[in-house]
Design a protein around this ligand. Structure first.
Ligand SMILES: Cc1cc2nc3c(=O)[nH]c(=O)nc-3n(C[C@H](O)[C@H](O)[C@H](O)COP(=O)(O)OP(=O)(O)OC[C@H]3O[C@@H](n4cnc5c(N)ncnc54)[C@H](O)[C@@H]3O)c2cc1C
Ligand code: SF4
Ligand code: SF4
Length: 469
């Protein structure tokens, strides 16, 4: 267990993010990292609790608490504290095939559930995880997966975190894997959703190169429309196509120009930043209104700031959350408190105020010459107009793309998610994982689903092999 009394000796410390004003001028990652000896001190705070709430992802009051992957947190914390970094990474890799991703973008429900958080600051589990993942790549402790036998071929459709995790686990289990991806680069929302400031794309390329060295084949720019054809070529198919049907806002003026879905905007912005070309949807010189006060809206705000927008307003339909935990929201539930995320911090540093307006219900898009010029909203009983040359709809997703499921003959539930038994869909040997099965969620859940689908495919293959002739 960490250091005896470690949590009493050391305070929680995290690396400072880059200065808000400085970082808003570039697209580089905003998070820093502590020096290794300091990170070991942070690992020393872990108490190796008898009942470690941190490592079991449970849904409490509608939100996850603890790690959905079941990461062996007390074990890797202890090994990191003792300087047994390679062994710590080995423990972490048993349950998490993509720790460099979760170490950067996971909201860390493990920390919300950490027992230290009951009456003081939780352990820096995510930063410890990221530190181990980076040590692994730096020291080449992650050799590519070698020859694990030949259990047959599997097609993975979609290369988001679910598809990547599924492909890795399948290779470890001895399958040959081909990943089909309709975009020009692998990664799904890790590539064209989550901005470079949160997850530098070089981190993703590094993992994809490792996967290629491990024998995973990627077929990019390839949209799968015919499952039957894939099924005849491969023993099993894993569908990991995400939940990309965006929630629309059909109010007056919706047909005006200058209104885009958040993911389309973020995709264009990342392509522009990565390829060094101009974005066709740039916020440069524009007043921007983002509809949706959540994390995606915050990513849009940070992106618009970097593109040189004139102003940002983020309209949120819900009331402003409290700044401190309410009695009705006790530990270890996810704390429902006001969060000032990196984009909002930058806007405050630049303009002196938070871009969010709460209890704002959009009534209409106002336009001139066919293009949007303002958003009209009802705010706390009063009608207000916000100037808007670019409107970004960041209100979440309805589920997987309808046409995909329909054209493939897949059964869906009332929320449009693929219906499965275990991980298998209504089509034999066709499995599903990630947002496509679960609905819009988190990277950590997508990874868990990808691993589970791979194991279900393996179990089905073993069953077929062992069945009496
Ligand atoms: C803007 C934004 C920011 C986010 N930030 C975070 C965050 O910070 N932390 C976090 O935990 N979660 C975050 N999320 C949520 C997280 O990204 C998703 O839950 C996760 O990526 C889902 O993974 P997935 O593999 O199921 O699907 P996706 O990542 O959506 O990947 C699906 C892939 O399938 C491909 N595809 C679809 N159909 C086909 C087809 N027919 N043929 C071939 N390929 C196909 C798509 O092109 C895509 O690459 C964010 C989401 C958004 C939108
Ligand atoms: S994957 Fe997320 S929830 Fe799990 S240990 Fe890492 S940061 Fe915590
Ligand atoms: S709950 Fe916190 S202190 Fe306890 S084992 Fe988990 S990380 Fe360590």
């Amino acid at each position: 267990m960490g250091r005896l009394n470690g949590c009493l000796i050391y305070d929680r410390r995290e690396a400072e993010d880059r200065d808000a004003l400085g970082r808003a001028a570039d697209w580089r990652e905003i998070h820093g990292a502590l020096p290794l000896p300091d990170q070991r001190e942070q690992a020393a705070r872990c108490m190796d609790c008898g009942v470690p709430f941190c490592h079991g992802g449970r849904i409490l009051n509608g939100m996850v608490s603890g790690c959905p992957l079941g990461n062996l947190i007390p074990e890797f914390n202890d090994l990191l504290y003792r300087g047994l970094d390679q062994a710590a990474l080995g423990r972490l890799s048993l349950t998490n095939p993509l720790p460099e991703m979760t170490g950067r973008v996971c909201p860390a429900p493990c920390e919300a559930a950490c027992l230290c958080g009951f009456n003081q600051e939780p352990i820096t589990i995510r930063a410890n995880e990221c530190c181990l993942a980076e040590l692994g790549f730096e020291n080449r402790w992650l050799p590519p997966i070698g020859n694990m036998g030949d259990r047959g071929g599997v097609a993975v459709v979609g290369s988001g975190p679910a598809g990547l995790a599924c492909a890795i686990r399948l290779r470890q289990l001895g399958f040959s894997v081909t990943v089909f991806e309709r975009d020009d680069r692998p990664g799904g929302l890790l590539m064209y959703g989550i901005p470079n400031m949160k997850l530098e794309k070089a981190v993703l390329s590094r993992r994809v190169e490792w996967m290629e060295a491990s024998g995973v084949r990627f077929r990019l720019n390839t949209e799968v429309t015919d499952i039957a054809a894939l099924s005849s070529e491969f023993g099993a198919v894993a569908l990991c196509c995400g939940a990309r049907e965006p929630r629309d806002l059909n109010v007056e003026g919706r047909n005006l120009e200058g209104i885009a879905f958040a993911v389309d905007y973020l995709t264009e912005a990342t392509k522009a930043a990565v390829y060094g070309k101009a974005s066709s949807l740039s916020a440069f010189g524009k007043d921007v209104v983002i509809i949706g006060g959540g994390d995606t809206g915050n990513d849009c705000a940070a992106t618009a700031i970097r593109q040189g927008c004139s102003s940002v307003t983020q309209l949120e339909i819900l009331p402003e959350p409290p700044t401190v935990r309410q009695v009705s929201n006790p530990w270890p539930e996810w704390p429902r408190v006001l969060k000032v995320d990196y984009g909002q911090q930058e806007y405050i540093a630049l303009r002196g105020h938070d871009p969010r307006v709460y209890e704002a219900a959009t009534e209409a898009f106002v336009g001139d010459d066919g293009a949007t010029s303002a958003v009209r909203a009802r705010v706390k009983g009063e009608t207000r107009e916000f100037p808007a040359r670019l409107v970004l709809l960041a209100m979440g997703f309805l589920g997987p793309e309808r046409r995909l499921a329909r054209s493939m003959g897949l059964e869906t539930d009332e929320r449009g998610r693929l219906k499965t038994r275990g991980c298998e869909t209504n089509l034999t040997n066709v499995f599903a994982a990630g947002d496509m099965r679960r609905g819009q969620s988190l990277v950590v859940w997508a990874i868990r689903e990808g691993v589970e689908a791979a194991e279900a495919i393996c179990a089905a293959a073993m069953h077929t092999m062992c069945a009496p002739a």
